[in-house]
Write a protein that binds this ligand. Structure first.
Ligand SMILES: Nc1nc2c(ncn2[C@@H]2O[C@H](COP(=O)(O)OP(=O)(O)OP(=O)(O)O)[C@@H](O)[C@H]2O)c(=O)[nH]1
Ligand SMILES: [Mg+2]
Length: 260
């Protein structure tokens, strides 16, 4: 598959949730966008469903299978590296449940196109008038606590690190950010941002990212993430904070004032 925009879709036991027609329709209508599904060691019939999709539209759909369940972070990383080595212009990842509708892909790409300094466009779930963004209250408030902690760790005014829809420019810095396995299984999105901003002054780091408020986002039933995973993500965040302090210290040294 050699389309300029490749969207990696990590799939773990998605047999019941996967809306194959939505992906096929989008790929048929957008000749520049292809999908790379990474089957993350699923134990249901996800593999067969993905193979059928690929056979329907082989020039737009590819499938990569991981022998064992490795978690979303590693599934995404494997897919992103494969897409980058295939020579795409932009690579992104998108949750298989289509909580974020595929129509946002074109908008994300336009934003990257319009500003050559940007490396990444991040979907941003803001409940506001004129947008149809619905999250369960408990998940919303837990998510706000996490996102606020993440923005302090990253020293960036990022509103929503965890949205499962992101698009990156195929750039050397992006290759490097995905080159090494993430230390975090549940907060890897934060780690991607931390790697991209490492060694940069805050103002320079801010120019690499754009958060796009989504027009629509819905909680799709069947999420496999619970409170246990949220706590694990907070623990991961703590670990990322410690490694950030090491990499951000390059900036500290130059400015001569400590960052805490
Ligand atoms: N939970 C989980 N998801 C995985 C894994 N590997 C890949 N994924 C994929 O990661 C994506 C997100 O999973 P979900 O279970 O929808 O997570 P969620 O709780 O809805 O997360 P939000 O949409 O951010 O609220 C889906 O595309 C999954 O198929 C894994 O090992 N565990
Ligand atoms: Mg989901």
């Amino acid at each position: 598959m050699t389309r300029p925009v490749v969207i990696v879709v990590p799939c773990f036991n998605e047999e019941a949730r996967l809306d194959g027609e939505a992906f096929l329709d989008y790929a048929r209508g957008h000749a520049d966008v292809g999908f790379l599904f990474v089957d993350d060691g699923s134990r249901d019939r996800t593999a067969a469903r993905l193979e059928r999709l690929r056979a329907d539209l082989p020039d737009a759909i590819a499938v990569q299978a991981l022998a064992k369940n490795a978690g979303k972070a590693e599934a995404v990383r494997t897919g992103v590296l494969a897409a980058l080595s295939g020579g795409c212009e932009c690579v992104g990842y998108w949750d298989a449940d289509l909580s974020t509708p595929l129509v946002e892909i074109a908008r994300f790409r336009e934003i990257l196109r319009a500003d050559p300094a940007l490396l990444a466009v991040l979907g941003c779930r803001i409940r506001r008038l004129g947008a149809d963004v619905r999250r369960q209250s408990a998940r919303h408030y837990l998510g706000r606590v996490f996102a606020t902690a993440a923005s302090l760790v990253l020293r960036l005014p990022v509103y929503d690190t965890q949205c499962g829809a992101k698009l990156f420019r195929a750039d050397r810095r992006v290759c490097e950010a995905f080159a090494v396995p993430f230390t975090s299984r549940w907060a890897f999105d934060v780690e991607v941002i931390a790697r991209l901003r490492a060694g940069l002054e805050d103002a320079a780091a801010e120019r690499l990212f754009y958060e796009q408020p989504l027009g629509r986002w819905q909680d799709v039933p069947g999420s496999k993430l619970g409170v246990r995973h949220m706590l694990a993500a907070l623990r991961d965040l703590w670990r990322i904070r410690r490694s950030c302090r090491r990499s951000f210290s390059v900036v500290v040294g130059r400015r001569g004032n400590a960052i805490h």
